[in-house]
Design a protein around this ligand. Sequence first.
Ligand code: UD1
Ligand code: PEP
Length: 416
Amino acid sequence: MQKLIIQGGVPLSGEIRISGAKNAALPILCASLLTGETLTIENVPYLNDITTMLSLLGQMGVSVAPNGKETGMTAAHLSHLVAPYEMVKTMRAAILVLGPMLARAGAARVSLPGGCAIGLRPVDQHIKGLQAMGAEIDIEHGYIHAKAKRLTGARIVMDIVTVTGTENLMMAATLADGTTVLENAAREPEVLDLANCLIAMGAKIHGVGSDVITIEGVEKLHGATYRVMADRIETGTFLVAAAASGGEIHLTETRSDTLDAVLDKLMEAGAAIESGEDWIHLKMNNPLKSVNLRTAPYPAFPTDMQAQFMVLNCVAAGTAMITETIFENRFMHVQELRRMNADIKVEGNTAVVCGVAGLDGANVMATDLRASASLVLAGLIAKGETVIDRIYHLDRGYERIEDKLSLLGARIRRAD
Ligand SMILES: CC(=O)N[C@H]1[C@@H](OP(=O)(O)OP(=O)(O)OC[C@H]2O[C@@H](n3ccc(=O)[nH]c3=O)[C@H](O)[C@@H]2O)O[C@H](CO)[C@@H](O)[C@@H]1O
Ligand SMILES: C=C(OP(=O)(O)O)C(=O)O
């Protein structure tokens, strides 16, 4: 199993390019199921989750033509309407084939995603929404069996704000008979990116970016070329790495307007930030100050940045309260950070982080994607060597993280 080995203590400095967003590219790849024509997707990041999704779609009959950062997807005939457990267990976003497959082919069999490290993550809202649109759904032997001659538009009030739930139902509704209204919809930028791709394919969608999305079903969608948005979580992770290490960093091919809550917290922590249309520059002029935060759906502070900010708080002056409201088990990095001399206590869904003078390098184990990123950041600022085991989690969501960090002066390498 591969490991990352980091010699900490170097302030990060330099310029890197941000990749396309994993959480936008995954649903956009699934949107290719909605048409028999070619959907060309640009700025697809090179990540394990993307490889898994391409192989799942390939098994279903989608022809995949990767060409550098551009991928042509043609779902002329869907031959195999199944998403097997072996794939869904490694990547929960595989549930995103359910809505489009059902809408286009009238049937789908998708493994129920298991509980994963960060929480139970049920898919009841996806199922409830599709049922409201007339799908017959049975759950047997761990699989969702869904069928519908043609889905019909419906008014669906989601009990909870769910990102992939909103995306699945929005995709299904594009080919339904009549109008669908999704209430309490997710407002994440990745939902907007998917909607813009669907609109480029001929879908009629209004209200995205608000919590009520209206979709008028159409008979057919057509091919299009669409560029995936920049990864706001990769952007945020590098910004925190630079801030926590006392460095200066320039990020290109990214956007600041999807990161307001994160940038506000970085400035509160002492960072000077400037940004343009497609770049962000961060310089750490002041000593780090601890920042309280509470995760919540967009536009509030993203849960996918919680672990990284915990590391920043570990070495900041003061005490921070970090409250996680999205996932019930997203503090697994805490016990690993404590092995590195961090002072963190967890009370329910709140972590109390007292800043210490410095972290110590140690052997630690990655448990999920963003927890892994937080351990990399901790290793970068710690004294001595940190060895991070089980980094396959990291490769799900970060493109060549060690290469990008090396460009910024980090002493980091991958080893078997
Ligand atoms: C591929 C992708 O885009 N992943 C992101 C997506 O995950 P994902 O879309 O899976 O997360 P959700 O927004 O669905 O989850 C939010 C909360 O709703 C609960 N829930 C969700 C669906 C449902 O049917 N029933 C239910 O109870 C979940 O357990 C969780 O507690 O949004 C999360 C929240 O911003 C991010 O952390 C993930 O990085
Ligand atoms: C939790 C994440 O991803 P996923 O929903 O794919 O597990 C994430 O990107 O932080």
